[in-house]
Each structure stands twice: as C-alpha cells, then as structure tokens.
Write a protein that binds this ligand. Structure first.
Ligand SMILES: Cc1cc2nc3c(=O)[nH]c(=O)nc-3n(C[C@H](O)[C@H](O)[C@H](O)COP(=O)(O)OP(=O)(O)OC[C@H]3O[C@@H](n4cnc5c(N)ncnc54)[C@H](O)[C@@H]3O)c2cc1C
Length: 453
C-alpha cells in the first residue's frame, strides 16, 4: 500500500484539489488507511465518474477503492452476487452477462464502481420500473468511524442503510455488497424509436407509453427553439428474447464485448465543443433518426453506454472542463419543466448531451435523488459563457420552487443554501451520520462546499 499526494478531479475536471491518495486492495488495507488521519479526514473514491467533487478531499486523505475488485459469492441460479466495492459495473457485465445475468440498474457509463453506485444511489433508464441501485442491494459491509466494520441490511439496519444510499460516502466506507441481478435471455435489446416535434409530444409519449417498456430515455435537442423547442429522439425498449434475435445473433445470444474504439486525444483545440459545432451535431443527430422505428436490435453498449466507446472523452471539453446540470421536478410540474427547457434553449446554452427521463417512486433514502417526476440532465462546457453561473442559479431556483432537487453526484456549483429545500429530510440524514461519525472523520470537498457534513 503506497500513499502519494495527487491532484484529483471529478469527471467534469472543473475543480482539482490535492489529497493523499491511498490505494486499497484488501480489508486490512482499509484499517491501515484509517490510521493517523489528519484534521481533514478521509473519503472513499471509485472510478471518479461523479462530475463534481464528492470523491475529493483537499488536504486530507482519499481511499482509492479501484483495486478492491472481485466476486466473493455468486448464486447463478438465484441471480445474487456479493462483490468487493471497487468492482466496476463493466467487470460485472463481462463476468455475468455470458451467464444470463445483468446488473439491476445501469447508468450511462459502466465505468462506475459498486461503492460509487451505492454512495450516489444511481438510477438508469429503468427507474420507472425498477427504482434505483440500492433497492437491489440486500446487504453491505461498511466501515464507520464509530462502529468499525459492520454488515448491514435494509431490514435490520434501515437508518444506516438508507442514509448510505445516496449519502455520498459520508456515512462510511463500503467494503462489499450483495446485489440481486436481473435475468436476461439475450444480450441484445429490442428498441423502439420515435422522433418528436417538440417537448409536449415527447412528454405525452412518455406519459402514455413508458410503462410498456423496461427502459426509456429521450435525447433532447436543446438548440431547437420556437415551435420545435424540446424536439427529441425517444428510445425505449427491453432485453430481447431469444426468438427476437436474427440468425447471426442467435449463435451467441449472450455475447458481450467491452471495448473502446479510441481514446480522446490528450490535447484538443480550445473550444472544440462550442455553440456552432454543437448546433451542427444536434441538427444532424436529430435528422438521422427515423420518425418511427420498431424493434431494432441494439447491443448493451449501443443502447446504454455509447460514450464508453471513446476512452476519456471528457478531455474533448478542453482544459476548462465541463459540468452537468441534472434536476428532477415532480410529475405535476410539467409547466416548470417546459419553462426551464425554454429558458435553456432561448439562452443558446450549448449542450449536445441533454436527456429527459421519467422517474418512478422514490425509495426511503433521505438523500436519494429520484422522486416521481421528470429528470433533465445536460452537459455544458464550463467556459462557454460568462452568464452560465447566473443562468444555472436561476434554474436551481425554479427547481426548488417546483419542489424538485439537483443530483449531488453531478453537482459542482450549487448554492449551499438550497440544499435543505431540495432534500427536506437532510436533518434525518445528519442524525444518522452523527451517530456513526460523531467527529466528522468522513469528509469531502462536496461535503464542505455544500455544508452537507
Ligand atoms: C458518462 C456518465 C454517465 C452517467 N450516467 C448516470 C446515470 O444515468 N445515472 C446516475 O445515477 N449516474 C450517472 N452518472 C454518475 C455516476 O453513476 C455516479 O457519479 C457514480 O457514483 C460514479 O461512481 P464512481 O465509482 O466513479 O464513484 P466516484 O465518482 O469515484 O465517487 C462517487 C461517490 O461515491 C463515494 N464512494 C466511492 N466508492 C466508495 C466506497 N467504497 N465507499 C463509500 N463511498 C464510496 C465517493 O466518496 C463519492 O461520494 C454518470 C456519469 C458519467 C460520467
């Protein structure tokens, strides 16, 4: 185990900070990594796919879990796996898809760890059907500053379990977890696609039809204004059954390939992704989609993780980096969503990655992000415009007024005074945290920035 000082960022590369990084690959290493902590404390880190600063700890210690990888136990009949916290969803898919099992929830990249999935209580395109990640965790092993190593379950330790689900690593270090898997007959997805003329048509289709699909997501063209505002490409589907496959795919129905086709260059021209290039990209992307297509077979990567095909694509945003703004507003707040999309489109806000999903029921986690509602997420180059902070602050206010919230795993800039309104059960979460970490040993840049802990 070799500690070294390193500058760390989140995926958006906006606010680097230096910490002592300690890699761990076994339980004993974790105990040693907690020895001799300074006043700035410690936080866990997975693959650094959070956009902002939750896995950073300026002047303190960061435990790098990416070496703590592997399966403890696998029940291939029941679809249950116990894995080390640093195991990535990519590892899980490579091992389990050929056996006919899939992760219960996948985000837009599979380069996230099980520990990171728990700490953010991640959601996927299937939230309206399956909920978020922690609803599929049967038990986890956690190390807390006060209680040491413990195995907890949602039924026996509901307070700590649900405070950890979405607790951004601030209730304990997750060592391993037992997860229920999803049975699949093939590794292909059968996808229906609809190109819509505007936001109202998109939302009406999702409202009326999402329940018939396991997975649903709309890509929104945020550069479109006027009557086309919010025009989208809606893709929905589920894993294909064996009889839906063509002859070629049927030869190896559970085939899974995890590869990148290229790495993004280290040096990119300044402002490669600018207003003009994004407008052109969006127009072409929208036009290339068919008006209506049914039953197209797609791979796991093609449907869930197309961005994973390009290694380190975050470099394309240049040295200034980028941020993601992701909100959710309750289902009855369509008017608020419409206003926000309108404001973003009218402002000329440049984003080629803007997606809309419709969430289902929330789970008991006080800091878990999803609630029944509409979630809008967009990537924005950090250096595009001087008034970006003011624009996003205005949008945050509209989110709060509508009874919604911002996703902490994506945040890098929110005002701390909005946190309590967005997460009204914050004090409940703080009480649990105070029990397991009374000295505030677990600490992160995000925790300090938002006054979370
Ligand atoms: C392209 C892209 C698409 C994405 N799409 C989605 C999406 O669709 N849905 C979604 O929900 N999220 C999405 N995300 C966000 C991502 O799923 C989360 O940020 C996730 O937490 C990242 O996991 P990680 O292993 O990289 O964790 P990190 O980013 O390294 O850390 C995230 C948090 O987990 C904590 N943590 C990590 N390991 C441990 C541990 N062992 N014990 C305790 N705490 C730990 C850290 O302290 C930190 O608070 C996306 C991110 C990217 C880059």
């Amino acid at each position: 185990m070799s500690a070294h000082r390193r500058s760390l960022t989140g995926w958006g590369r906006t606010s680097p900070s230096v910490a002592e990084v300690v890699p761990v690959s076994a339980m004993d290493d974790i105990a040693a990594a907690l020895d001799g902590l300074g006043p700035r404390g410690v936080i866990g880190r997975g693959l650094g796919r959070s956009y902002g600063d939750p896995a950073q700890n300026a002047g303190g210690r960061v435990i790098d879990f990416t070496g703590l990888v592997g399966i403890h136990q696998l029940d291939v009949d029941e679809g249950r796996v116990t894995v080390e916290a640093g195991t990535s969803l990519d590892d899980l898919m490579r091992w389990l898809v050929p056996l006919g099992w899939f992760v219960p929830v996948t985000p837009g990249t599979r380069q996230v760890t099980v520990g990171g999935a728990i700490a953010s209580d991640i959601h996927g395109k299937d939230h309206h059907v399956t909920g978020s990640w922690c609803q599929h965790v049967e038990a986890l092993t956690i190390v807390t500053p006060q209680g040491g190593k413990r195995r907890i379950t949602p039924s026996q330790d509901p307070d700590l379990f649900w405070a950890t689900a979405g607790g951004m690593g601030l209730t304990g270090l997750v060592v391993d977890a037992t997860i229920r898997l999803k049975r699949i007959e093939t590794s292909s997805l059968s996808i229906d696609e609809d190109r819509t003329n505007d936001l109202d048509e998109t939302m009406a289709l999702m409202d009326g039809g999402d329940d018939a699909y396991d997975y649903s997501v709309a890509w929104i063209d945020l550069t479109a204004t006027g009557r086309s505002m919010g025009r989208s490409i809606l893709t929905r589907g589920q894993f294909a059954t064996l009889d839906q496959l063509d002859a070629k795919r049927r030869r190896d129905p559970l085939a899974f390939r995890s590869t990148t086709v290229a790495d993004a260059p280290r040096l990119v021209p300044p402002r490669l992704l600018n207003r003009a290039s994004i407008r052109v990209f969006n127009e072409l992307w929208y036009r290339k989609a068919p008006r209506r297509r049914r039953g197209q077979l797609q791979s796991i990567t093609g449907f869930f993780h197309p961005l994973d095909l390009v290694g380190e694509w975050n470099r394309l945003y240049g040295s200034a980096g980028f941020l993601q703004w992701q909100c959710v507003v309750p289902l009855q707040e369509e008017a608020a969503l419409r206003r926000m999309v309108g404001e973003l489109s009218a402002s000329g806000c440049t984003s080629f990655l803007a997606v809309l999903k419709r969430f289902g029921a929330a789970n008991p986690g006080p800091l878990s992000f999803p609630m029944p509602g509409w979630t809008l997420a967009l990537d924005i180059p950090a250096d595009t415009r001087a008034d970006l902070p003011a624009l996003l602050d205005r949008l945050d206010d509209q989110v709060v007024a509508a009874g919604g919230r911002i996703y902490l795993a994506k945040d890098s800039r929110m005002r701390p005074e909005l946190l309590g309104a967005m997460y009204p059960r914050l004090d409940e979460w703080r009480r649990v945290r105070a029990e397991v970490d009374p000295q505030g040993v677990l600490a992160s840049d995000l925790g300090r920035r938002l006054g979370l802990a």
